[in-house]
Design a protein around this ligand. Structure first.
Ligand code: 13P
Ligand code: SF4
Length: 298
């Protein structure tokens, strides 16, 4: 199967992008492994006729928005993100009516339609910097309320309104103070994704996005790490930093991230299914919001 996939990649001049949460056998065959933004940005830099995104739908959409002239496919059509589904275009329009002076910041874990209505997007790696870059005092921020709370804590001078109030990722919302206590009893550094609940974030040693975890771990240290995010992140870190100890929470599984198997990847390369198709005006507006974010990062 691996041989066939490698041969198909060459035959179709395809690039395979895999998110940090993908199963290890998919990551092993990918040309690029990274966080959601890294995948989309790197796809722009690689000359390929076909971009296969092994991740969830919003990641494939972002890759398409940034690469409008190229074919982008996702091997399993219904690999979605329940967090992204919390925010609808109608909610954004209604919130803008109620808060005409506010800026709308939309997390990349969102649909292309929601991004198209944003002033700017953000990732968990740059959310604070993005909000800081805006002149507005009030920020409508969605769909993750825990990430909104994190930004609010870092920037008390702003008023962050979560949109909707209870938007969350069920994988990260599953981390509790009991997990913190258990980790502290065994010892080591707790590294927590900002989608985790605020009380968990407050007791963690570090808060980082998935890309941030890869970068922070590169700085070294021999303490074990408790990786408070989707459990595959720990396998990714173990591959990158052999000899270091990374603990995962076995129950922290994103079901949608595990929908793509090697036969699905082979089928996508063979057939070119399932192509991401978005209305051109949605892509243009979403691209503006994403490129504004990239400019802030730069
Ligand atoms: P990253 O943007 O850090 O890759 O995270 C995406 C995600 O789905 C977090 O749960
Ligand atoms: Fe969405 Fe959560 Fe899965 Fe990330 S881990 S893709 S936020 S459901």
């Amino acid at each position: 199967m691996e041989k066939e996939i490698r041969a198909l990649k060459a035959e179709k001049n395809a690039v395979v992008m895999a998110h940090n949460y993908q199963p290890p056998e998919i990551q092993a065959l990918a040309d690029v492994v990274g966080d959601s933004l890294e995948l989309a940005v790197k796809a722009k830099e690689i000359a390929a006729d076909l971009i296969v995104v092994c991740g969830v739908r919003f990641m494939a959409e972002t890759a398409k928005v940034l690469n409008p002239g190229r074919k982008v496919v996702i091997p399993v059509e219904d690999a979605g993100c329940p967090l992204a589904d919390f925010l609808t275009p109608a909610m954004i329009r209604e919130a803008r009516r109620r808060h005409p002076d506010a800026a709308v910041v939309v997390y990349v874990n969102s649909t292309a339609e929601s991004k198209a209505l944003a002033d700017i997007t953000c990732t968990s790696a740059n959310a604070v910097r993005v909000v800081q870059s805006l002149p507005n005092d009030t920020i409508l921020f969605g769909p993750d309320a825990n990430l909104a709370a994190y930004v609010q804590r870092e920037l008390p001078e702003k008023t962050i309104i979560p949109l909707p109030p209870g938007g969350h990722c069920y994988v990260h919302a599953g981390f509790t103070l009991a997990d913190v206590e258990a980790a502290k009893r065994k010892g080591g550094t707790i590294v927590c994704h900002p989608e985790c609940p605020p009380e968990v974030q407050e007791r963690a040693d570090r808060i980082a996005s998935t890309g941030g975890m890869v970068r922070d771990a590169a700085a070294g240290g021999d303490e074990p790490w408790w990786v408070f995010t989707e459990r595959e992140m720990a396998s990714r870190l173990r591959v990158l930093y052999p000899g270091r100890v990374f603990y995962e929470k076995p129950e922290a599984v994103c079901a949608d991230m595990k929908k793509i198997s090697l036969p699905d990847l082979r089928r996508a390369l063979e057939s070119g299914e399932h192509e991401v198709i978005l209305p051109p005006d949605v892509m243009d507006r979403a691209r503006r919001a994403i490129e504004r974010m990239i400019a802030v990062g730069a």
